[in-house]
Design a protein around this ligand. Structure first.
Ligand SMILES: N[C@@H](CCC(=O)N[C@@H](CS)C(=O)NCC(=O)O)C(=O)O
Length: 248
């Protein structure tokens, strides 16, 4: 029996954040491919899945030994970090931790808008995300990036200090996906500090393996991938993750 199960797909940003943390910490897990938004078998809105995560979203964590399940990427990451005393990425010092928590909360209507405004409209045309919502998401993301550029990352190497933490993993899976080598849907030329931070994040162990689905799909700025291409990219990424886990 695996010690940990993660439900999700590697193309999902919050799933990637959780997988990256587990890879970085060299923790074995089983990734059960779960189709976001689908109410069919194996989908995140299927009644069986809703008993694990009533919110109906991926990622979801399951600890088979105890039956404990948990949704929400940031709750999963802080739970695992606290449980395993990963104080390098989630310090026990109250104020240092509170700064990380601050970014994990700030994330949702700010960095997360990268997916809502720039990636989802290309890869999930079925969602028909209105133009006004895309524009509003773009504005929120740009303001959040400007804050990083002019304030946070002009003082420290990473988001809360000169040490990489959960705040960086969570933010990068949203912001980093927009880079030219991945989806290529945002112009970072006005954000040199953010570019420097993204380059530093590329050296964090697990970066390449957790981003295989994005490398597979490549530039989506001109031509959006169809659902079959996305599924194939997720399967290839699963292969890369399994290969890495075998090497543990
Ligand atoms: N706040 C959640 C967001 C999770 C989320 O939006 N996941 C998407 C995939 S990237 C999903 O499951 N969508 C399916 C749905 O909403 O039905 C987290 O951080 O875990």
């Amino acid at each position: 029996m695996p010690g940990l199960i993660i439900y999700g797909v590697p193309f999902s940003q919050p799933v990637r954040a959780v997988l990256w943390l587990l890879m970085l910490k060299k923790i074995p897990f089983e990734l059960v491919l779960t189709n976001p938004g689908s109410s069919g078998p194996g989908g995140s809105r299927h009644p069986d899945f809703l008993t694990k995560n009533p919110g109906g979203t991926i990622p979801c964590l399951e600890e088979p030994e105890t039956g404990f399940t948990l949704g929400e990427a940031h709750a999963i990451m802080t739970y695992l970090s606290e449980k395993n005393a990963w104080h390098d990425v989630y310090p026990s010092d109250l104020q240092a931790r509170a700064r990380i928590d601050g970014f994990l909360h700030f994330h949702h209507r700010n960095f997360r808008e990268a997916s809502v405004g720039l990636v989802a409209p290309k890869v999930r045309k079925d969602l028909n995300i209105p133009e006004s919502v895309q524009m509003s998401a773009h504005r929120s993301l740009s303001a959040a990036l400007k804050m990083l550029e002019t304030s946070v990352l002009s003082h420290t190497q990473f988001l809360t200090s000169d040490t990489m933490t959960l705040a960086d993993l969570a933010a990068y899976v949203e912001i980093g996906q927009l880079q030219p080598e991945f989806t290529n849907v945002f112009d970072f030329s006005g954000y040199p500090n953010v570019q420097r931070w993204m380059n530093d994040m590329k050296s964090v162990d697990g970066h390449d393996d957790v981003h295989v689905a994005l490398t597979e799909l490549g530039d989506i700025s001109e031509q959006a991938p169809d659902m079959d291409q996305i599924k194939q990219a997720n399967r290839r990424a699963l292969g890369a993750i399994k290969a890495r886990l075998e090497g543990l």
